[in-house]
Design a protein around this ligand. Structure first.
Ligand code: ADP
Ligand code: ZN
Length: 768
């Protein structure tokens, strides 16, 4: 008999959530109607609720097959915390404990039983399963069943035999975060799902900010970031144990509470370090990808990848460990070309599955290469990163999310078609027998020994791009490769060849556009985004701290991690709603009946004590706004935040304060004007934007941007006060740039001055 309680009651009562997330309801409804399901959702999207809620509504037991002991432990403690009777059966228990657990399960004391796949074939479990009333078998991490998945587990194949042996076929639900088509088909096929409801959803994690930082100075970046986020908990993923140790030592030396995790450490040390991180004793975890499976630490505020991972699947799973509580969090990938080399090496040396035929091994390697290629593309794309991710996993996104490093960076589009044609001619002339270095060297007209040996100076292409720096030429070639005009052979020589599309370009078909980041527009990470606790005023934050302390105390008493008591998000909600009574407490997001009974009183007293019995508002703005801003509306927050603002302008009064000087660069003018603007109302202006205006006025022109832009002043520009001066780069080389004299500065300031201040209301008038 199905119970009369609705899925909404259960979600509210046990989990304390007011509504389902996208897709959860669909899958739950399918299960309840007896249909098999396959749910493909990224880590943190909320897969567990999809089988836990129906498990409580179906008449019999739900058996959850899960690959990892730590995962089971965590899930089971969370369920028991919520007041749901659940148990796990795996090799971490003694024989006695296992018998007992199975006896309780047969007596119907547990609604949900987690088992490792190996357990399914044991005699004892089979006897139990045949007698028990099993309503559903839920297969977690279902991709483990596929030989094409990244972590194939032969024992997963046992699930099928297990199900066949049962007197009545239960509903089968399968869940995974891996979405490639092969894996998807494998799961359906091997598990024998009957006309399943297949749903790909939840890949868009709106609270996560994505960034790729291309840098060779990873350590400096890391140290700076971690220091600036010292109150936050974060994970740093590295490709190798050696890197983990190096990062660990570097951060330790700076006094940062960091711990580490990799397969080279002893079991005990690993366990201890993991707990230090989970219990918030160490705020930073440096780890290889061995760390994290099944760790539901909900307040991880950032995940930094020190190295590029091997696939988007790996990346998204690891990055997805940030912000599981729905709070704003950051996922940053530090990329350098060296990462490609490391990954190729790791693939070359990857252990081959002994069960595979040579054909299978070859196919696997090919798939690995394709995955790596897609990963490299993520690191180098200039388009929206979120869109890239969603597209990769088969979900639809918008073209620009406004909340990733590429959307926040402003790019200059430079037409490099002429240069691209010269490159193709050169490759052609050199008969497609050389790699990137020789080609770039030839075009630049370099006089290296190697080049002399090849007699490249005899070719007509020699020196035709001598005004460009080598990296600039390589950058254009990279863009041409990405667009399919050039290809590089896959052997170790990586010879450059021209494609049909490349030949067509020579005939005048198509063009090549290079996107380059504009200077100084990118707002430092963190500053542009909002944390849920940011809605609290200073007293609100003080209460938040007190509730956190209370939470830590309770966690210590009960020997459980703090997030199992309440998440940060729940504490913030308490600071907003200020619950004094039980009803009010149950209204807080994340407070179900069980937790309310267990902890509600203590938190309510703490709050009443803090507030002295009155309810004084502890947040900024109006409650509807604050609450609306909390759940889904973050999308509006991060992308809308900027577009809500008006384009840059100065009021007459602000413009009057401009500190004119003998000469400024365009970036300096932007900087001075930004200092004067009304930051709440107007967007920032960039040097590049001003320069566009200058060009539109016909005062200057630019022919090409390599590493260094080549800007020229027109006659009209010279009259307006623009002149070329010498700048010195960080490396000490001199290069020309345009300066603006006082007259020119005035012209620019005037241009951005907005005299029509109607929308400013009284601000300006009041000054009169
Ligand atoms: P997954 O198994 O997909 O990695 P989980 O099931 O562990 O993700 O869920 C991630 C987090 O999201 C958990 O903290 C969970 O309690 C929370 N969560 C799941 N569903 C909801 C919901 N409908 N509303 C609010 N929070 C939810
Ligand atoms: Zn984006």
């Amino acid at each position: 008999m199905q119970s009369l309680t609705t899925k909404y009651d259960i979600l509210e009562k046990y989990f304390g959530y007011a509504s389902f997330r996208e897709g959860q309801e669909l899958l739950i409804d399918a299960i309840l109607s007896g249909q098999d399901v396959l749910g493909i959702m990224p880590t943190g999207a909320g897969k567990s609720i999809c089988y836990q809620v129906p498990a409580l509504m179906l008449s019999g037991i739900t058996v959850v097959v899960s690959p990892l002991i730590s995962l089971m432990k965590d899930q089971v403690s969370a369920l028991n915390q919520a007041g749901i009777h659940a148990a796990y059966i795996n090799s971490s228990l003694t024989e006695g404990q296992i018998s007992k657990a199975m006896q309780y399960a047969s007596e119907g004391r547990y609604k949900i039983v987690y088992v490792a796949p190996e357990r399914l074939e044991t005699q004892e479990f089979a006897v139990f399963a045949k007698r028990a009333d099993i309503s559903m078998v839920a297969v977690d991490e279902a991709h483990c069943i596929s030989q094409w998945g990244q972590d194939f587990r032969p024992s997963y194949l046992k699930i099928v035999q297990f199900i066949k042996m049962l007197p009545k076929r239960p509903v089968i639900s399968a869940f995974t975060a891996t979405a490639t088509n092969v894996v998807k088909e494998d799961i359906q096929c091997v598990l024998g799902l009957l006309e399943p409801k297949v749903l790909v959803t939840g890949f868009n994690r709106e609270n996560l900010y994505f960034a790729v930082e291309t840098t060779k100075k990873k350590d400096a970046y890391l140290l700076d970031y971690v220091t600036k986020h010292s109150h936050d908990s974060g994970i740093i993923y590295c490709a190798t144990r050696k890197n983990v140790d190096a990062v660990y030592e570097k951060l330790s030396a700076e006094g940062i509470p960091v711990t580490r995790y990799h397969a080279g450490l002893g079991n005990e040390e690993r366990q201890k370090n993991q707990e230090d991180f989970i219990y918030d004793r160490s705020s930073v975890m440096a780890a290889t990808n061995a760390f994290g499976m099944g760790i539901d630490k909900s307040n991880v505020r950032y995940v930094i990848h020190y190295n590029m991972p091997q696939s988007m699947e790996n990346y998204y799973q690891e990055a997805g460990r940030a912000g599981r509580d729905g709070e704003t969090s950051e996922c940053i990938l530090l990329y350098s070309a060296q990462d490609v080399v490391i990954n190729r090496f790791l693939l070359d040396n990857k252990e081959k599955n002994p069960d595979f035929s040579p054909e299978e091994i070859r196919a696997t390697r090919e798939r690995d290469d394709e995955r790596l290629q897609a990963m490299i593309q993520y690191c180098t794309t200039k388009n929206c990163l979120r869109e890239y991710i969603l597209h990769y996993f088969g979900e639809q996104g918008s073209r620009e999310c406004g909340n990733c490093s590429n959307c926040q960076k402003e790019f200059e589009e430079i037409n490099v078609t002429t240069e691209a044609k010269k490159i193709i001619e050169c490759v052609w002339e050199l008969r497609q027998r050389y790699g990137m270095n020789v080609i770039a060297g030839t075009l630049r007209g370099d006089n290296r020994a190697k080049l002399r040996e090849y007699h490249v100076s005899d070719y007509s292409s020699y020196g035709v791009l001598k005004e460009l720096a080598e990296p600039a030429i390589k950058e254009i070639m990279g863009q041409m490769t990405a667009e399919g005009l050039l290809v590089r052979t896959k052997d170790k020589y990586a010879l450059v060849k021209v494609t049909e599309k490349g030949k067509a370009l020579l005939k005048g078909e198509g063009r090549v556009i290079l996107k380059k980041a504009k200077e100084d527009v990118y707002e430092a990470s963190g500053s542009a985004k909002q944390r849920k606790s940011d809605v609290l005023n200073s007293r609100g934050l003080a209460l938040f701290e007190r509730l956190r302390e209370l939470r830590t105390g309770i966690a210590r008493e009960e020997h459980i991690p703090p997030y199992l008591v309440f998440s940060d998000k729940t504490l913030v909600d308490m600071c907003i709603k200020l619950p004094f009574t039980k009803e009010e407490m149950l209204d807080v997001s994340g407070v179900g009946e069980n937790k309310c009974n267990k902890y509600g009183q203590r938190f309510a007293s703490e709050i009443a004590d803090f507030e002295g019995g009155k309810k004084e508002k502890l947040y900024f703005g109006e409650i509807e706004e604050v609450l609306a801003g909390r759940d889904g509306a973050l999308k509006g927050k991060s992308s809308g935040r900027q577009s809500d603002k008006r384009d840059f302008f100065l009021t007459a009064e602000q413009a009057g304060k401009f500190p004119y000087a003998e000469k400024y660069l365009v970036t300096e003018i932007a900087e001075q004007m930004n200092k004067l603007r009304n930051t709440d109302m107007t967007k920032k202006i960039s040097g590049a934007e001003i320069f566009r205006y200058i060009m539109a006025e016909g005062l200057a022109s630019q022919t090409f941007y390599g590493r260094i832009p080549r800007k020229e002043v027109t006659e009209k520009g010279a009259q307006a006060g623009l002149f070329i001066g010498t700048r010195i780069s960080q490396k000490g080389t001199e290069y020309p740039d345009i300066y603006y004299d006082e007259q020119a500065q005035m012209m620019i300031v005037r241009h951005y001055q907005n005299d029509c201040n109607d929308f400013l209301g009284g601000v300006v008038k009041g000054d009169e």
